[in-house]
Write a protein that binds this ligand. Structure first.
Ligand SMILES: Cc1cc2nc3c(=O)[nH]c(=O)nc-3n(C[C@H](O)[C@H](O)[C@H](O)COP(=O)(O)OP(=O)(O)OC[C@H]3O[C@@H](n4cnc5c(N)ncnc54)[C@H](O)[C@@H]3O)c2cc1C
Length: 451
């Protein structure tokens, strides 16, 4: 039995930030992490040639002020995503090259319908109060509507609907029929709207930390030194009037407060004694994650840049639904990220890795030409089966959940405080949201201590 002022459960961005801020405020902290590594839904592999691959969360963008501030504090610079060329959209076997967020080179009625849908979504976002989306004027009706129903009713042009469905449902790595419209609008609004969430330049994929996300989480862990315990899944939290006992398989830690930063989709795997208040307990059963598979093809050089391409492409119903240039700040070697989400990710997840790799490379070669057929390296990261993530990228709310259980998202339950990107009302689902949630949870613990 060890003692600390606070135990933080989980060493992702939310947990490490909470721990860092508490340490800076003079509190003793122990971070307990289930995995044998740091970072949670971010996971950086540094390669022998000095380049790096972010298998999970990767990009940052303007407005994500807390991750930028944290990087500045830790002395980590950022670099811009490569956008000096054209992106590609492949629909019904036809390739459209374009610049910007909306592919204006498609048939005019498709582009116009996409433009109208963006306009509508922007207006809807403006009506959502971020701290309490369940109080939005149309919260009740939007929370009874799925994203699929809304797309059917408001985006009449089939190709526009298919593209928007892939982009939006893909963000939540689920089918559009699983997602509450209120949740989708809330998540978009939390990040400033659809232009940011679906955008690259000046959007959610504007930049990356030099060294990848690992440079940031490793620097935080360095400052916490011996206070991070890996391979220590928390099994139960026993709370009484004087503190909380955190039980792992081999250790117990007694603390005045606990910050739980695990994804909400798996927060219910921890046993809470006494049982959590009903609303919180039921919330844990109602915010699942989707499926996402992120692979990387490595080439001697980013050959697509010489072909006037950014490396960004989208092709619904192929084995490489989304691609993005994922080169390190030095530019070489050529690293192409391939992201498959939702139903496609589930299908690919069930394949033998060798067959999956062949299917993805075949899709890349059809899109980018013969040079794409011969990568010198290939990586797979199947978040769908990661036990301590419960899927990826983020937990979402199906219909009815935000209006019924949303108010239980953030308030502490006695000495248990909740962090994690899903508790952030700004930049929900992003690394920046995770950092914000960690900082908010740390402030909460300090305030509770002072009371
Ligand atoms: C493929 C993919 C791509 C993404 N792309 C981006 C992107 O480009 N930009 C962006 O901003 N965001 C992106 N995200 C989302 C981003 O990674 C997450 O929002 C963020 O990392 C969440 O941080 P967190 O600390 O809230 O949760 P997590 O990172 O999930 O941290 C929770 C930690 O708790 C640990 N844990 C779980 N259960 C227990 C237990 N019982 N006991 C102890 N520890 C436990 C986990 O192992 C984990 O380390 C992406 C995510 C994925 C999966």
């Amino acid at each position: 039995m060890a003692d600390a002022d606070c135990v933080v459960v989980g060493a992702g961005f939310a947990g490490l930030t909470a721990a860092l801020r508490l340490r800076q405020a003079g509190r003793s902290v122990v971070v307990v992490e289930a995995r044998d590594r740091l970072g949670g839904r971010t996971y950086t592999e540094t390669r022998a040639d000095g380049s790096y691959i972010d298998h999970g969360g990767t990009w940052i963008g303007p407005g994500q002020d807390r991750i930028y501030a944290l990087m500045a504090e830790l002395g980590i610079a950022s670099y811009k995503q490569y956008t000096d060329g054209e992106a590609m959209m492949i629909v019904d076997g036809r390739t459209y090259r374009y610049r910007g967020t909306i592919p204006l080179s498609m048939r005019p009625w498709v582009s116009a319908n996409l433009g109208t849908a963006f306009l509508r979504l922007r207006r809807m976002c403006a009506s959502v109060p971020l701290a309490a989306p369940w109080e939005a004027p149309k919260a009740a009706s939007w929370d009874r509507t799925t994203l699929a129903q809304w797309l059917t009713g408001h985006v009449p042009v089939r190709q526009a609907r298919a593209l928007l469905e892939m982009a939006l449902a893909g963000t939540y790595t689920s089918a559009a029929s699983e997602l509450s419209l209120l949740f989708v609008v809330y998540q978009l609004a939390s990040a400033g709207g659809p232009d940011f969430v679906l955008g690259v330049d000046q959007g959610a994929e504007d930049s990356r930390p030099v060294g990848g996300m690992g440079a940031v989480y490793r620097a935080m862990a360095d400052r916490l030194a011996d206070d991070v315990q890996l391979d220590a899944p928390v099994r139960s939290l026993r709370q009484d009037s004087t503190g909380v006992t955190v039980c792992c398989d081999d250790t117990q830690i007694r603390a005045s407060h606990v910050v739980v930063s695990v994804p909400i989709a798996i927060a219910g795997q921890i046993r809470y004694e006494p049982a959590l208040p009903l609303e919180r307990s039921l919330l844990h059963q109602r915010m699942p994650s989707g499926a996402v598979l992120k692979c990387h093809a490595v080439y001697p050089a980013p050959f697509w840049r010489d072909d006037g391409l950014t490396g960004q492409s989208a092709a619904p119903d192929t084995a490489a639904a989304v691609t993005l240039d994922a080169c390190a700040h030095s530019g070489g070697p050529g690293i192409l990220a391939v992201v498959n989400e939702g139903p496609t990710a589930r299908t690919l997840s069930g394949m033998e890795p060798r067959d999956r790799e062949a299917a993805i490379i075949d899709a890349l070669a059809r899109r980018f030409g013969p040079k794409a057929a011969a990568p010198v390296g290939f990586t797979h990261q199947d978040w769908s089966v990661e036990r301590y993530s419960g899927g990826g990228m983020i937990s979402h709310a199906p219909p009815g959940v935000l209006t019924e259980f949303g108010p239980a998202l953030r308030p502490p339950c006695g000495r248990i405080h909740w962090a994690g990107t899903e508790t952030s009302s700004v930049m929900y689902g992003f690394v920046d949201g995770a950092v914000r949630s960690g900082e908010r949870a740390a402030r909460e613990v300090l305030a509770a201590d002072a009371a």
